[in-house]
Design a protein around this ligand. Structure first.
Ligand SMILES: Nc1ncnc2c1ncn2[C@@H]1O[C@H](COP(=O)(O)OP(=O)(O)OP(=O)(O)O)[C@@H](O)[C@H]1O
Length: 217
């Protein structure tokens, strides 16, 4: 995303360039700041709608099922009429609407969630694009379950690793005569250097084994 400097030396992303902030003199009140921010955010939100439809950002919601404990205690079930009471009390002030790229209900399996959210970004990554995936939610929302999963029902991270390793299967270089050099280069080792590297690796392995035996057995 392009970044530009505006006249006031604020560093702003390009999507808020058209925000004209009112000129103010004297002390600025909290209400003024709120008004400015809400103007800016409405611009960001309308432009991010466009970027979402272009596929730059996807926000997926996963609703998890109630756990056994919650079912027993009914602790997470909103009491009857609570929503009505809430809407009366807040009169629309605190009720907010959110839009998601996709919504996955409690019945969604780990596999379905992976297929619906991660598969394409991992495919893009294999084609050389950068992708960032993260989970966000209150405690107990299901972030760890979604990311790591359980031994029997693995989450998106192990599924991603599986896809990545499968994709490089057969393309691994089995020789011992290349060494990573700087970030993306590698150097071809001479026979003497291969011997030297092998000796270093072997002594490191021996040392690790000794440490394990001494401290963990
Ligand atoms: N889709 C799901 N299906 C079945 N059980 C789930 C699902 N998602 C979460 N759970 C269960 O809900 C509980 C809370 O989930 P989890 O530990 O993943 O939450 P969390 O967001 O990582 O919490 P914290 O932020 O406190 O670490 C766990 O018992 C987990 O097994």
């Amino acid at each position: 995303m392009d970044q530009i400097w505006d006249e006031d030396k604020f560093f702003r992303p390009s999507y808020v360039t058209s925000a004209e902030l009112p000129q103010r003199t004297g002390p600025v009140s909290v209400e003024d700041i709120k008004a400015d921010l809400s103007d800016e955010f409405s611009l960001v939100s309308s432009s991010s709608d466009t970027s979402q439809s272009k596929g730059h950002i996807e926000v997926c919601l996963r609703v998890r099922p109630f756990t056994l404990l919650e079912k027993e205690n009914e602790s997470q079930v909103p009491p009857k009429n609570s929503l009505n009471r809430l809407s009366e009390k807040t009169a629309g002030q605190q009720i907010q609407k959110f839009t998601f790229s996709q919504v996955f209900g409690p019945e969604t399996t780990q596999e379905e969630f992976f297929e619906g959210t991660m598969k394409q970004p991992v495919q893009d990554f294999l084609e050389g694009y950068n992708r960032l995936i993260f989970t966000y939610g209150v405690t107990n929302a299901g972030k760890t379950y979604t990311f790591l999963g359980t031994e029997d029902d693995i989450g998106v991270l192990p599924r991603t690793m599986d896809m990545l390793f499968k994709s490089i299967q057969g393309r691994l270089y089995p020789g011992m005569d290349l060494k990573p050099h700087r970030c993306r280069d590698d150097v071809k080792l001479t026979k003497d250097q291969v011997r030297e590297e092998t000796a270093i690796k072997n002594s490191l392995l021996r040392l690790t084994k000794e440490v394990e035996e001494r401290f963990f057995l």
